[in-house]
Design a protein around this ligand. Structure first.
Ligand SMILES: Cc1cc2nc3c(=O)[nH]c(=O)nc-3n(C[C@H](O)[C@H](O)[C@H](O)COP(=O)(O)O)c2cc1C
Length: 165
């Protein structure tokens, strides 16, 4: 094992972070009648009481300011077959992120992907600057779980699946 100092890694840090497998969330909201959303793999559960989830968002994200305007954010955990949706939700055109992706617009304004594994309706709780990203704490107000299904996994910049032993 040859440990390299992070100050020498620069671009390679993306690769290093990419070694850590994660699930993929779709964040979505209806803002003034427009659907806005993005894929997020940098997230973690934080607290049970209050129920908090953290999502780490690039400071230069042009999508987040739209999501920030919404009182509610829909969070969907993508299922193994939703890789295409994950790609589309990170595409360059904010206006077409939900095109041809089955979704539900909740009365609250939260937008959820149909066929996901887990749905969480969240409000903004707090945020913390963290380098070139900001940690946004979202408070989970309502949740629902699918009965079956396995998650989409993001690993080494690719979508993969959980292999059951
Ligand atoms: C699998 C995957 C995971 C992503 N995770 C994050 C993330 O955790 N934080 C983030 O800010 N952007 C993440 N992105 C990028 C956003 O989905 C989206 O591409 C980006 O916000 C687009 O730029 P914009 O916000 O300026 O529209 C991810 C993209 C993909 C495909």
């Amino acid at each position: 094992m040859n440990l390299v100092d992070t100050s020498d890694l620069e671009g390679a840090l993306r690769r290093v972070y990419g070694q850590i497998p994660s699930g993929v969330l779709a964040l979505g909201a209806s803002v003034s009648g427009q659907l806005v959303g993005m894929a997020v793999s940098s997230f973690s559960t934080v607290s049970l009481d209050p129920p908090l989830l953290a999502v780490n968002i690039r400071n230069e994200s042009t999508t987040w300011p739209h999501l920030a305007k919404s009182e509610r954010i829909g969070i969907s955990l993508l299922a193994h077959h939703q890789g295409e949706a994950g790609r589309q939700l990170s595409g360059p055109d904010l206006g077409t992120r939900f095109t041809n992706i089955e979704h539900v617009v909740d009365n609250s304004g939260a937008v959820f992907l149909t066929d996901a594994l887990l749905w969480m309706d969240a409000t903004h709780y707090d945020s913390l600057e963290a380098g070139d990203h900001t940690i946004h704490l979202l408070r989970l107000e309502r949740t629902a779980e699918a009965e079956i299904g396995s998650p989409l996994v993001f690993h080494r910049s690719r979508f993969t699946v959980v292999v059951e032993e």
